[in-house]
Design a protein around this ligand. Structure first.
Ligand SMILES: *Cc1c(COP(=O)(O)O)cnc(C)c1O
Length: 357
């Protein structure tokens, strides 16, 4: 039996995708080889690489003038590459601090240039993201960096700020809802939350931005190198791209991002309704910013939380422990997380409450 896996990442991958990968694992399309044993420049892998880029462009309706890149080092490496490539000497970059992931991005920016924290609600409880009209922006900032979904706190931007160069860490909500990519200069996401396995980072970048990178930046750390080489400057992690290809096909078959958004909103709404229906549970994030991906909550009597997590695991509901830095309970319900698993959690929550009140 497959577990209901509420882990924040690496996270659930669609079962259909895993089964297809399993069926093709030893012998990819009659070649007698696994896709992971083949050249990253051969015809089989090239077809996968191109299809994955095309599917992502289709899903997000990406306009001309942008590149879709597969990079390595996780979203954490992007924290450094962004200022290395885009924060010129004497310039300032604006960052919003909405929580743990934003802070990590800010710290890397501060190592490499001037950073203005345009809004800071990173330590507030209930958790939230800044309001668009609360930002204290620098004139002529190199860029504005936001974290579209704070995976740990469970707070998500619902309406994005306007900026001439908006950069977003979308690691935990990329491809969960339709997006106007033209409003962004750069979007990045580690794959292991909502895209597929760990090992690749998706980057969507406006090509013209990449040109300003100083010549002192090592070749492999320049976005323009990866654009010019179609993400094949060095050996791309072929197997994670292959799984991402299958995930993008799965999303297209589900009606694209409108389809998946509807399903995501429904799943999250049910869970939040259960939390709001009683004083036994309390949501961690303010209502306007509640994440559709990471549903964070507390039990009024915190002492019961460890019990909740252990008992849930016995019922096949895994990975509900909140991040070690904040505690509490977190149900990560990304695109691939089945609605039946949400129903099973709700039913468990009601029983647990009845037993303890
Ligand atoms: C998980 C996560 C990261 C870190 O990703 P890595 O791939 O481990 O570097 C960064 N930002 C957000 C929002 C995340 O959820």
């Amino acid at each position: 039996m497959r577990a209901y896996n509420f882990s924040a990442g690496p996270a659930t991958i669609p079962e259909e995708v895993l089964k297809e990968a399993q069926a093709e694992l030893l012998n990819y399309q009659g070649t007698g080889m696994s896709i992971m044993e083949m050249s990253h420049r051969g015809k089989e892998y090239t077809a996968i690489h191109e299809e994955t880029i095309a599917n992502i462009k289709q899903l997000l309706n990406i306009p001309a003038g942008y590149s879709v890149l597969f990079m390595t080092g996780g979203a954490s490496t992007q924290f450094a590459l962004i200022p290395l490539n885009l924060l010129g000497e004497g310039q300032t970059a604006d960052y919003t601090n909405s929580g743990a992931w934003a802070i990590k991005a800010i710290k890397e920016g501060q190592l490499l240039g001037n950073v203005n924290v345009a809004a800071d609600c990173g330590k507030e409880i209930p958790t939230r993201v800044p309001a668009v009209d609360e930002l204290n922006l620098t004139d002529d900032a190199a860029y504005l960096h936001i974290t579209s979904n704070e995976t740990i706190s469970g707070a998500q931007w619902k309406k994005f700020p306007e900026h001439k160069l908006l950069i977003a860490d979308m690691s935990s909500d990329i491809l969960s809802r339709p997006l106007d990519v033209s409003k962004f200069g750069l979007i990045y996401a580690g794959a292991q939350k909502n895209l597929g396995p760990a090992g690749i980072t998706l980057v969507i970048i406006k090509d013209e931005l990449a040109e300003q990178c100083p010549d002192t930046v090592p070749t492999i750390m320049r976005y323009k190198t990866h654009i010019a080489n179609n993400s094949l400057y060095n050996t791309v992690p072929t197997f994670p791209v292959y799984i991402l290809c299958l995930v993008t096909r799965w999303l297209l078959a589900k009606g694209g991002l409108e389809g998946i958004q509807q399903q995501n909103e429904k799943k999250a709404a049910k869970l939040y309704a259960t939390i709001d229906g009683t004083d036994f549970y309390t949501g961690t994030a303010v209502k306007e910013n509640r994440s559709d991906m990471n549903v964070t909550f507390r039990i009024a009597n915190h002492d019961l939380e460890a019990d909740f997590i252990t008992e849930a695991a016995k019922q096949n509901l895994n990975g509900l422990k909140g991040h070690r830095s904040v505690g509490g309970i977190r149900a990560s319900i990304y695109n691939a997380f089945p609605v039946e698993g949400v129903d099973a959690l709700i039913s468990f929550m009601k029983k647990f409450e009845a037993k303890h009140s």
